[in-house]
Structures are given as structure tokens and as C-alpha cells.
Design a protein around this ligand. Sequence first.
Ligand SMILES: [Zn+2]
Length: 444
Amino acid sequence: MYCNQEEVKEKLKEKGLTLIKWFSNPTIGTEAYIIQLNGRSPGRTTKSSLKQVHNYVKIHRASKTRFYPTTKQQLNHEQHFNNTRYVYNHYLDLKTKQYKETKKSYSFIETAKDLTNHKKEKPWLNNSSRPAYTNKLKDLDTAFKNFYKKKAKYPKFKSKRDRQSYRISHPFFKIKPEGILITKIGLICCNLNLPKQIKPLSVTISKDTLNRYYISCSYETEIPEPTIDTTKPIIGCDYGLKTFMTTWNGSHEEKIQHPLPYKKSEKRLKRLSRRLSRRKKGSRRRTKARHNIAILHSRVASRRNDFLHKLSSKMVRENQAIIIEDLNTRGIITRWGKKASDQGWHEFTRQLQYKGTWYGCNIIKIPRFYPSSKTCSNCGVINDELILKDRSWTCPVCGVDHDRDVNAACNIFNYGRADRKLRTETGGLVKTLVEPSRQKKAEP
Ligand SMILES: [Zn+2]
């Protein structure tokens, strides 16, 4: 819609505006431009005039990359990891004691005030950056809030053996051409490939179990409000254990297989775990055995992420709407264990949602209780006798043969399409972009 430069020029002329600079924005796959009101001094970009042409939406994005600190820098990061972890665990302990007595816990402000006094007792805490502590206390506060809202389990202590990280909020770091400059830490040389016009929010330094250092910068940026292309198909998706996903677009079915990285390395993982248990505690060979397990876990996670990201991007780009089930992932994982957690449905749905808002694709969740597998997509009869083992069945009423997964995908498709909210006079879809929960939180 905005890709034609001439068209934009004409539109602007009608409004008495001039096009100053035209540039393409590869990160979002669309083109953006800077314009200026006539008669104003040059060099002053007017956001308000941009909005006259089309709406811009604010989105949060992050960019992550690996970096290689020197030994001296590593010690500095290590100190930050250890000190922030100490603060987190110390206040978790205090909060737990209070929670056990009163069923309440200290607020973020109380803990932050207490930290100032605590620093006098433990002067070594002064060696690390203050915003890193503040963010750790905020994280702890969020963990408790989620627990009170029954969204999460009770917060756990952080271990020095897990992934380590600390976060610095905006005014305490600067984006430089050669990297990121953080107060009390120094310059971290890295190539984050950040777009030019952004509002930086925070940087996170992390170290995984394989001692690899990463830096991630989250920022707010504006993109032209994505429009939904009504020429693209709509698909209904059914998640499954045998095949990752079965899709139905009204005329064609597609079965997408999952690489199941965990299942493939399970044997090797068991062997390595056995080896670890034989090693003496505190020995060098034990450290090495643990390292080998960490390598395997990291590979499994990378493989799964690669598959999920590629698939979610492809689906969001190719369709105008995706209809999915609202799964109770936690319930399924308690029942099916590793078999289900290996699939990554929860993560996949999360990716679809945020990518949907970027590329202009509707993500529609249909209610949990809808019996998508048991309903006949031809006549609508509900077959209660269907059990999970049945991969295919024949409808007792209309006699149509069904493949279990295709039938479910077909039902999900029909259910989503029949929803009144989705219909317009033209037969296209009304824009009801599903906001990711993280973006909702960010808005005041
Ligand atoms: Zn039927």
C-alpha cells in the first residue's frame, strides 16, 4: 500500500507536504519515509505529519547477539552476575519468611530501600551497577505478583549453575556505532544491527551454561500499521502429538512434521547423565561431563527454536488469518510430559501472536472446550466414542470417512470463520489483532 513512492508523493501534495527522504526498512519488510511540512526549518522531522498519511504503531523489539569479552571484562560481568544473584536470593529469602508468617511479602520499594542499608553491611555490593540490582528486585517483585495472580509457581532461588544475567535500563547505557557503552561496565563491542530511529529500553547481558556471553537490547520502534491482505488465505490449525500441526485452508490440507529434537537425543542424554552420576563430586571429570550435557541441551533447544521460528514466520507471511486452538499447555504437559514439551506449542503460539502484529495477520484463538476432534466436519454430529488412539473414523450419521487431524483442522477453520466478529460486508476480515501480553503491559 505504501510501497509506491509516486503515489505517496501525490498523497502528500494534496495535504501540502513534501517528501524529503525515502528509505526502505528491511527489518519490517515495508518501506517508510520521512516527510516535512512546507515552510518549516529543515532537519525537523514531523511525526504528526507522518501520521496524517497512515497510522504508525509502536512495537517493542529486541536484538540479541553473542560477544566475546576479555578476561578482565569477564571478571567484571562475573561480579555483576554473582552480586545480582546474591541480592535476588537474599530478598527472596526475606520475602519467603514474611510470606510464611503473614501471607504477604515486602513490596519492591521496601526491598529497594532496604538494599541501601544492606549495602553498608556488605560493602562489596557497591562494586556493581545500581540499575542492575533495581531490575533484579523488579523481577523478583514481578515473580511474586505472578504467583499471587496464580499465573506462576512460587519463585525459586537462582543457582550459579544456571544461565546468568543482569539487565540495565535506559539512561544507564548508550548506543555507540561500535557497540554499547554501559556505566560502571564499559564498552561492549558487538554488532546488534539496531535500526536508526529507536527508543532504547534496556540491555541484558547473559551467560549461558556453556559460558557463552550474549548481549540483547530491547527497544521501542514505530512501524506503519500493518494492513491485512485479504487476497491471502485463511487457515485453521490443529496441534497434534503425531504430527506437529495439521492445517486446512478451505480446500487443501497440510501436515507439518516436527523434528522432535529432544526425542532424537534422548538416548544420548541418558548415557551422558549416567556418566555424570558416576563422576566424583567436585572433580574435573564431573565438570566436563556436566559441560557435555549442557552442549546437548543447547543443541536441542536451538533445533527446536529454529524450526518454530521458521514455521511461524512463514505462516504469518503467507496468510491473512490463522485460527488456532487455545491450548491449556500446562495441563497437557503434566499429562504427556516430555512428549508434549518437546513440541513447543506454547512458544509457537506466542511467536504467531507477536509476529502477527508486525506483518498484519490475524491470530484467532478458539475456545478451549470446543470438541474439534469429535465433531464431524460434514454434518456436525459429535462422536463421543472417539478415543485418542483412533487416527481415522467414519461418521455414524452421514458416513463420511475422516482423518482425525484433518477433520479437527477443518472444524477449527469453520468455527473461526463462522465467528461474527470476523465478517465484514465485503467478506474479508475485520482487523482484530491479538496483542501479545508483553505489549499490553508496556502501555501505560
Ligand atoms: Zn457426519
